[in-house]
Write a protein that binds this ligand. Structure first.
Ligand code: HEM
Length: 453
């Protein structure tokens, strides 16, 4: 293990980690039910006082507006335990540095470039279709998230880096899970030995996971270009590194940005697709409608950006899945100065956990909130929604940079994979939710496939 990985492994799940501190909540059997009950009891603001600091878990629309928009400069990003995953990538930093890193990347996420990316996404999907044909023929049960994770990684590598995935996606998927599964956090760093607490060995899976993770950026950079495109996000970052006028962009920054895309840009899309396929397995009429829509919009040719725009029912299904199972169930900040929220005096240093999951399931904003009803997202009804009651991609200036790209990826994947396959969820019903760093199904999403003739 490198000394860098060793240093990282020693901070795993450390006492400074917010996940460590709220673990009594989130390791409950049904953590979201616990959270919703407590949020209801405390008017949407759950105050937690610990010896060293205070945490406020917030879930009302006015709290989101206050922290993410109206008083945004009073709240900094807080990534503690996730530093090993992201380093100091854009998603973790604030102020002038954040601007210097985000601004030159924005053009690569402008909707105008999706038309350029779509053929590359389609290549990934055709590869996945072949793999699924083999899985269907073998009749095996497999982990859907491993499938959707490798698909999302392939899409990101081709579209943004002009690379074929230069690592074994299954191994990386396993490694990332070992690290980000917060129920591990307490045991990762400290183990009870004869009544006392002792640091666990470096050979524990999370530490090995970090070692593997740290090799990925260099693997991406040194892999042969796939098509030799000049205008890619990766080439922009490498040029910025070589540009003396852009000192924020050193090699470490380029590596950290790559790590960010391989996690924040991959795991979230993988989960969205996985949860949507689970819901569709329970609602075959919706899956049939997605198939029909695809045939009507692009028939048997390859879909274009204009076609994706017209997949409106497919979009509604995806948005409903993001409401029911928002991958980013919690957004975390630290207050830098005083504020007042829900009558509580916020002080500098207080930790803030914003919970999109709770507002997405709040009957004040959603009729029959636990029901799967894609029609809620019919274009005509969206305008009537209360602002900040739907935040799968966050809000304000730190809104997800890849949110629209991930929607294009997910819609294409649903449309193209469902026309060839009937994926059947064969796990526990309903799947139990684990409040990991992202909203994971406890025990995964086992599926079987039937290929449609
Ligand atoms: C369904 C898929 C996705 C979901 C649910 C999602 C969710 C989010 C959320 C909630 C945030 C804001 C976090 C906060 O305020 O603390 C965020 C930020 C971010 N996301 Fe995504 N994301 C998704 C896909 C992607 C993809 C595909 C990419 C890139 C390829 C991406 C790149 C980013 C980046 C770079 C940021 C940081 C933006 C900044 O801090 O300025 N995301 N994402």
């Amino acid at each position: 293990m490198t000394s860098e990985a060793q240093a990282y492994s020693q901070t795993l799940g450390g006492e400074q980690s917010i996940w460590f501190k709220i673990s009594p909540f989130i390791n409950a059997d049904d953590p979201m039910a616990v959270l919703m009950r407590l949020a209801g009891r405390h008017g949407g603001c759950i105050p937690i006082s610990l010896r060293s600091e205070r945490i406020f878990i917030l879930s009302e629309v006015e709290h989101f507006r206050r922290v993410l928009v109206d008083n945004v400069d009073n709240y900094e990003k807080y990534f503690d335990g996730l530093k090993p995953i992201f380093g100091q990538a854009m998603i973790t930093v604030d102020g002038a540095l954040w601007q210097k890193i985000r601004q030159p990347q924005q053009p690569y996420f402008h909707p105008a470039v999706y038309a350029e990316y779509i053929p590359y996404l389609v290549v990934s999907l055709k590869k996945k279709t072949d793999e699924w044909s083999r899985l269907a023929r073998r009749g095996v049960t497999f982990e859907m998230l491993e499938q959707t994770w490798s698909l999302a990684a392939d899409m990101i590598c081709r579209a943004l880096f002009d690379r074929e995935v230069p690592f074994n996606p299954s191994a990386v998927f396993g490694a990332v899970k070992a690290y980000t599964n917060t129920s591990n956090h307490r045991s990762i760093r400290l183990k009870k030995v004869n009544g006392g607490l002792q640091e666990v060995s470096e050979e524990e899976p999370p530490a090995r996971a970090i070692s593997a993770w740290l090799t990925l950026p260099e693997a991406v950079i040194s892999a042969a270009p796939w098509q030799g495109r000049e205008r890619t996000l990766l080439n922009m970052m490498l040029s910025a590194e070589a540009d003396a006028g852009m000192p924020a962009w050193d090699h470490r920054q380029v590596e950290d940005e790559i790590k960010q895309y391989l996690w924040a840009g991959t795991e979230t899309t993988a989960l969205t697709l996985g949860w949507t396929l689970y819901l569709l397995s329970r609602h075959p009429e919706a899956a049939a409608r997605i198939r029909r829509e695809g045939w009507e919009v692009y028939g048997d040719r390859e879909p274009t950006a204009a076609d994706v725009e017209r997949l409106s029912y497919t979009r509604s299904v995806m948005l409903e899945a993001l409401r029911l199972y928002p991958p980013a169930w919690a957004l975390i900040r630290t207050a830098t100065g005083e504020d007042v929220i829900a009558g509580h005096k916020i002080r500098a240093g207080d930790r803030i956990v914003l919970c999109p999951y709770v507002v997405h399931h709040d009957p004040k904003y959603w009729d029959d909130p636990e029901a799967f009803q894609p029609e809620r997202f019919d274009p005509g009804r969206v305008k009537k929604r209360v602002k900040y009651s739907y935040l799968p991609f966050g809000a304000g200036k730190r809104f997800c940079l890849g949110g629209q790209l991930s929607q294009v990826e997910t819609m294409l994947a649903l449309s193209m994979l469902l026309r060839r396959f009937d994926p059947e969820y064969v796990g526990r019903e309903p799947p139990q939710v684990a409040a990991s760093v992202t909203l994971m199904p406890k025990g995964g999403l086992p599926f079987r496939l039937r290929e449609l003739l």
